[in-house]
Design a protein around this ligand. Structure first.
Ligand code: AGP
Length: 608
């Protein structure tokens, strides 16, 4: 949420900062700004709207300085406007700040600063930070910054330019990510690695309460007590190409098509015809054997993957599984025991509520296993064990390939655990492992098979204001994901229901032409779903069914059918995710929506 960049080196800062922001635009895109310091003055340019709005004025209004900071915003305090855009500065423009996070006590601080004569220009919480630094400054900016953050409640990653030390950038973080990229005679600062992936692959990842002073030839990192510390460099092997669209019109479409390979990467060396190997997790065998309760905690799409995880583990292990939305879990009085396992799921590894839930569960002594796509993220670093999703860089705000890899990760982990707990016969495990290995090829086939039908279906959906998604068991969790995808990128109101639940109220909304997507990938419960579909058809609903090949009687009942290929009943849901994603994508496309950057949203949600 919000993207921060910084550059200090021997080249003109403004274009480098702009390029960095372009790579981070998925983190927030309602306004942006850049400040450049040429040693004499700090020029600030900021604009409401998407980043391209900034480009023109950037050339005209920034100096040729080689030190600068930038920001792309997802508004929290104060509406998107030129004035509320970052950077913000103090009264005399001596200190210029960009901020990611929320300062919870900003009203109180602002009141005090106003009474002592400070002049505020914006409605943001961030501006108090610049004025506080001004107050605390006594010829030592590092100390002034430390004194300032001591007064702040909330979360922040801060990047600061100053008139007094024009060749340096000062940074600090708490509960909001910040990394420092290491170059030759130049260094980079960003809230996420992709910002400068084309410039360097070596990064320092700041931990909470660490501060740093970055100049072109030096990076000094300090702990909370302002002692200089040594940190390990983190090397990434990502290809900068990953951050490009590679001929696709949108990242989302590219990422949908990358799913077969993403699943292959996830399974490589972990799934073999002989079974599942997740010994890399270093989970104690006795602990796993005796495990009686698992909590799964996540947000949004990641939460939906957790719901599939619950159904699967209940089916395979017959133990107690709780799944919770992280923003609820962290404030509930959940019974967490020391011998419980808490699985936190997060693509970004930075989602604020998921991270807070992790910390809460850790305090109760539970073991934490993270499923995440981001190796250096806060969640990866704070969890006891990490299952890396290996989906590759996901840029579109709407998650597709990371979701699918989360789902497959639950399959793999459930089977691994089932073996450890002696709950699965070797023959069945081998059969399921072989089916998992076939999955990427089948995903390719489903992408091909559903592309044109979903384009056709989208022509109808684009005219609608409401849609329903139904399913039973794991299909219900897919229905939830299908509805979220459609809402998120096409702005069509969509609701998901367990198929058996409609008649308890929602059926009242079904009339001629109301679009319903019905999922029937689980044979053992298909007949029940079919009855519910019949109830919808009897009221005139327009039903598109996504069902397993051979689902008896479906064609006579519904308007459109997509068959998913033959695979063990357990895995049907993985394949059915594809047509749901394609329906959302094509509908949003026809509506002319901004698919990769839907309104009001951001990729990495680092605020509560
Ligand atoms: C996915 O399409 C959404 N944009 C959103 O629900 C997302 O899954 C959620 O914010 C959690 O993000 P995370 O996986 O990075 O924790």
């Amino acid at each position: 949420m919000c993207g921060i960049v910084g550059y200090v080196g021997d080249k003109k800062a403004a274009p480098i900062l702009y390029d960095g922001l372009k790579k981070l635009e998925y983190r927030g895109y309602d306004s942006s700004g850049i400040a450049v310091n040429d040693g004499f003055k700090i020029d600030i340019v900021k604009k409401k709207g998407k980043l391209d709005q900034l480009e023109g004025s950037l050339k005209k209004n920034t100096n040729g300085g080689t030190v600068g900071i930038g920001h792309t915003r997802w508004a929290t305090h104060g509406k998107p406007s030129d004035l509320n855009s970052h950077p913000h500065c103090d009264c005399s423009k001596d200190f210029v700040v960009v901020h990611n996070g929320i300062i919870e006590n900003f009203q109180k601080i602002k009141k005090r600063l106003k009474e002592s004569g400070h002049n505020f220009k914006s409605e943001t919480d961030t501006e108090v930070i610049a004025h506080l630094i001004e107050d605390n400054y006594d010829n030592n900016l590092l100390k002034a910054l430390k004194a300032t953050v001591n007064e702040l409640d909330g979360s922040y990653s801060l990047t600061i330019l100053s008139k007094y030390e024009p060749d340096k950038i000062f940074v600090v973080r708490k509960d909001s990510p910040l990394i420092i990229g290491v170059g030759e005679k130049e260094n980079y600062i960003a809230s996420d690695i992709p910002a400068f992936l084309s410039k360097t692959k070596d990064f320092y990842i700041l931990e909470d309460n660490e501060l740093a002073v970055v100049s072109s030839g030096k990076i000094e990192i300090y702990n909370d007590s302002l002692d200089l510390i040594k940190k390990e460099l983190y090397h990434v092997d990502w290809d900068p190409e990953m951050a490009e669209k590679q001929g696709y019109e949108h990242y989302m479409l590219k990422e949908i098509n990358e799913q077969p390979d993403a699943v292959r990467r996830l399974m490589s060396k972990r799934v073999t015809p002989g079974g599942i190997n997740l010994d890399e997790l270093n989970l104690d065998s006795e602990f796993l054997k005796n495990l009686k309760q698992i909590h799964i905690v996540a947000c949004g799409t990641a939460y939906h993957s957790g719901l599939i995880g619950k159904y699967l583990m209940e089916e395979l292990l017959n133990i107690h599984i709780e799944v919770d939305v992280a923003s609820e879990y962290r404030y509930r009085n959940v019974l967490i025991k020391e011998d419980d396992l808490v699985i936190v799921v997060s693509q970004s590894g930075e989602t604020s509520d998921t991270l807070a839930s992790l910390r809460m569960a850790k305090k109760h002594g539970a073991k934490i296993l993270a499923f995440t796509n981001s190796r250096g993220s806060s969640i990866a670093r704070e969890a006891d064990h990490v299952l890396l999703l290996k989906a590759g860089l996901e840029i579109s705000v709407a998650s597709t390939k990371a979701y699918l890899n989360m789902v497959v990760a639950f399959y793999i982990f459930s089977l691994y655990l089932a073996e450890k707990q002696n709950k699965i016969e070797t023959k069945r495990l081998n059969k399921l492992s072989n089916d998992l290995i076939r999955l990427p090829d089948l995903l390719e086939q489903v992408i091909k098979d559903s592309e044109s039908l979903m384009k056709e279906r989208a022509k109808q959906y684009v005219k609608k204001q409401n849609a329903f998604f139904i399913g039973r068991h794991t299909d219900y969790t897919l229905a939830l994901e299908g509805a979220l995808k459609l809402k998120e990128i096409s702005y069509i109101h969509a609701e998901a229901y367990p198929a058996g639940e409609l008649k308890h109220g929602t059926l009242a909304l079904i009339e001629k032409g109301v679009p319903v997507v019905a999922l029937g990938t689980r044979k053992f419960i298909f007949e029940k779903t079919l009855s519910n579909i019949t109830e919808i058809k009897a009221r005139g609903g327009d039903v598109t069914a996504i069902v397993y090949k051979g689902a008896e009687g479906i064609e006579k009942v519904v308007d459109h059918v997509i068959y998913i290929p033959q695979i063990d009943d357990l895995f049907g849901g993985v394949l059915a995710a594809i047509p749901l994603q394609l329906l959302a994508y094509n509908t949003a496309y026809l509506k002319g929506c901004d698919i990769d950057q839907p309104r009001n949203l951001a990729k990495s949600v680092t605020v509560e």
